[in-house]
Each structure stands twice: as structure tokens, then as C-alpha cells.
Design a protein around this ligand. Structure first.
Ligand code: GLU
Length: 416
């Protein structure tokens, strides 16, 4: 008996796989230092936890309205308007769902059709390297993923000219993730304005149905000089921008599984109505107590947010300095999110002391884990030039970062 082609052909998530593998090794007593998971080591802020517990005690444990409760949707609409500067967002433009992955899944399902036989697939433009689940979630919906390659030297950012050249009549959506997982670089407001101009122009000519999907999950984890700006705040493209966000990374609430999607104007409202149908036929709704906790996080936990952001800022420096000092390791300075994505390909072709050849990022990560007990995510599944890179998360404490960098340096020094 077989599984569907859709599932049989689906790659497992490599971030989740390394995360689980490191946890399993630790449970067996192996002293693994894990830089795998994009998950803050902080606890969920007390005020958010208390709000969640209180909601349970007040019996907020029943089915919720499909798109989320009114209070949460109204709050998120207000935040999108006032904080993110996106025009035309009301509660009817917001859907709360089970984390950013589900938000992306629903969004892609609502944007793409599986091509009929003989028909060409609609295209999803994806600047790469990109988070490992973007392409598979798009492909599950029927999209043909068109990569727009970026490099360490360009801060892993596409240029307006590159975008203009990539848009064709088949282009349905552009997926932007700024700050980026895994690159931890981000677009400046001016760069976003230039991209918005290209999108607005293309929508008038080549690709009238073009939509921007903006994954802004790391919006609050920004610690360089670049201020965050939502691409949906540019009025020329606001209505064709779908913004995705969540409470997991910023508020150390990964396990609560809360994400949301918001749109703007007439299309945004229709889009959320479509997503609401999909949610009604899949997960029904998210739990009320997780929404209560999220509201508290968004309204009462600014101090916690600041504390965590400052810790990430310090860790970014520690991680960058430690890795940049290792011979043959090339990396961009992180300005947002909590990853570094070093190019380690200078060491490909060498062998470990035991004679195992390092011919890929996967082999590099495998041997680093096996020999020095350091878990990192190999870069292949981030696409583009990711195959030369490994990803390390610095959502962990400074002592761990220093020890991990020491082991990485020792591993590299041992390669001949
Ligand atoms: N988003 C996190 C990461 O990139 C968690 C795992 C996943 O969903 O990919 O590590």
C-alpha cells in the first residue's frame, strides 16, 4: 500500500530533524551542544503564562470562532495599522492560526492552484537561501518555486533589477522574509521601497495578480542599525500584500503555536474569508487560552521583549566574533533574528582524522555532531548557495556559544 505522491515526495524538515536528533542524543546522555533549533532558550513571560492559565481557569477551553476570537483579531488589526503602518486592516483582515507554518500553508493553498494537465504551474519567487519549509509548503499547493539567488557578499538580499527580471506572467507570489531565517540579514526601508516600486509596476503590466507574502516573524528581534518596516506599509502594494507573523520567536512562545495572517483592503478581506473556510475544514480554530496568552504578550510584555532582544544583540556579537576568527569561515553579520549562516565550503574536500571526506554541508554537520557533539543545521535545504553553509542559532547562552565555537574551530583545525 502506498502513500499519496504528495506525502511520499515530501522532504522532512531538516531544522526539525536536527532539533529532534540533538534532543534524542541528549536524552541518551551524549553531551550535545545544540545550535539547531530556532527556539529562544528563554521562558514564556510570566504575564503571558498567567493570562493563559487564567483563561483556562475561566473555562476558555471550548471551540473558538474559526478565524480567532474578536478581541485578538481586533488587537492584531490595531497593531498592524498603528505599529506596522499597514493601511486598511480591520479585524476582518486577520486570521489567527496554529503557528507561522500553518499560516504559510493556508496562505499558499489560497494563492496557488495545482496546474491542470498541460498547464504551466504558477510561480512562487523565493530569494534563496531561504528557510527550509518555504519551498515545500509552496510546492504542496502546486507552486513552481523560482529561486532568486543571493550571496553572503550582498547580505543575502535581492536587488530591484533581479526582482524585475524574475517576474513573468506566471508569477503569482513573491515570498519575502525579513529579517531572514537563516541569514539574519534584513532589508532597509529604502530597499523595501525600491522592491515595492518594482512590484507595483509589474502588477500594472506583467503580473496583475501578483501577491507579496511577507513573513515578518522576526520583526521584534532586530538589533542592528536597520529599522524594521513592513513591506505592506507601502500604499502602492498594501492590498496585494499578505503579512504573516506570530508570537513564538519574539515572546519565547514557540510551543503555544500561535501565528496570524493579515491582509488589507478588499482583496485582503476576501483572502482572509478564504483562509477562514480552509481553517474551518482543517483545524477548526486555535485554543482560546493560547490567544489570551498572546494578547498579554503583545500588550503587557514589552520589558521582556526588550530584555530578550538585548540578550540576542549581545549573543550576535559573541557568535559573529567567535566564528569570524575561525580560518575558512565566511559569514554575514547578523542584524535581526538569531542565526548565523557561515559558508564553510573552504573546508570541503578535506577529511576528518578518521578519514571521512567532507564533501558537503551535510557531511560537515554530520561529522561535527559525531566527533565534537555540536548540532548545526546543514545548509542544503535552505536552497541557493546554502549547500556551502551551515546554520547555527544563537538563541542560547553565551557560554554555550563560546564552547560551541571552540569545538567548531577544533573540528575545522583537525580537517586535513
Ligand atoms: N523555525 C525554527 C527553525 O528554523 C523551528 C523549526 C522549524 O519550524 O523549521 O529552526
Amino acid at each position: 500500500m502506498e502513500l499519496s505522491r504528495r506525502v511520499a515526495g515530501l522532504k522532512p524538515s531538516s531544522t526539525v530533524a536536527v532539533m529532534n536528533r540533538a534532543a534524542a542524543l541528549k536524552a541518551q546522555g551524549v553531551p550535545v551542544l545544540s545550535f539547531a533549533a530556532g527556539e529562544p532558550d528563554f521562558f514564556t513571560p510570566d504575564k503571558a503564562k498567567i493570562a493563559g492559565v487564567k483563561a483556562i481557569l475561566h473555562n476558555n477551553t471550548k471551540y473558538q470562532p474559526t478565524a480567532g476570537d474578536t478581541e485578538t483579531r481586533e488587537l492584531l488589526a490595531r497593531i498592524m495599522t498603528e505599529r506596522n503602518g499597514v493601511p486598511g486592516v480591520t479585524k476582518d483582515h486577520v486570521l489567527v492560526t496554529a503557528g507561522v507554518k500553518m499560516a504559510l500553508y493556508l496562505t499558499m493553498q489560497a494563492l496557488f492552484d495545482v496546474p491542470a494537465p498541460g498547464q504551466e504551474a504558477q510561480e512562487l519567487l523565493l530569494p534563496t537561501p531561504a528557510w527550509v519549509s518555504f519551498a515545500p509548503i509552496g510546492e504542496l499547493a502546486g507552486a513552481k518555486v523560482v529561486q532568486m539567488p543571493t550571496t553572503t557578499a550582498s547580505g543575502f538580499k535581492i536587488t530591484p533589477a533581479q526582482l524585475a527580471a524574475a517576474i513573468t506572467p506566471l508569477t503569482r507570489a513573491l515570498l519575502l522574509n525579513s529579517p531572514s531565517n537563516p541569514c539574519s540579514t534584513m532589508y532597509t526601508p529604502d530597499e523595501l521601497a525600491a522592491l515595492a516600486e518594482v512590484i507595483a509596476a509589474a502588477a500594472k503590466t506583467t503580473a496583475p495578480g501578483l501577491v507579496v507574502v511577507a513573513d515578518e516573524l522576526y520583526q521584534h528581534i532586530v538589533f542592528g542599525d536597520v529599522p524594521f518596516r513592513s513591506i505592506g506599509s507601502f500604499t502602492s502594494i498594501a492590498e496585494r500584500t499578505i503579512t504573516i507573523n506570530g508570537s513564538g520567536k519574539s515572546f519565547a512562545m514557540t510551543g503555544w503555536r500561535i501565528g496570524w495572517v493579515s491582509g488589507s483592503g478588499a482583496f485582503g478581506k476576501r483572502f482572509i474569508e478564504g483562509l477562514t473556510k480552509l481553517q474551518g475544514q482543517t483545524i477548526t480554530a486555535v485554543p482560546g487560552f493560547t490567544m489570551a496568552a498572546t494578547r498579554a504578550a503583545l500588550t503587557e510584555c514589552d520589558e521582556d521583549l526588550d530584555r530578550m532582544k538585548h540578550a540576542f544583540k549581545r549573543r550576535a556579537v559573541v557568535m559573529y566574533d567567535a566564528l569570524a576568527a575561525i580560518p575558512g569561515v565566511k559569514l554575514a553579520r547578523p542584524v535581526g533574528a538569531f542565526y548565523v549562516f557561515p559558508d564553510v565550503s573552504a573546508h570541503f574536500g578535506k577529511s576528518t582524522p578518521g578519514g571521512v571526506k567532507i564533501d558537503s554541508a551535510a557531511a560537515f554537520a554530520e561529522q561535527l555532531l559525531g566527533l565534537h557533539h555540536v548540532a548545526v543545521v546543514p545548509g542544503e535545504d535552505f536552497l541557493g548557495e546554502g549547500y556551502k553553509h551551515i546554520r547555527l542559532s544563537f538563541a542560547c547562552d553565551e557560554a554555550l556559544i563560546l564552547e560551541g565555537a571552540k569545538r567548531l574551530a577544533a573540528f575545522i583545525a583537525s580537517l586535513k
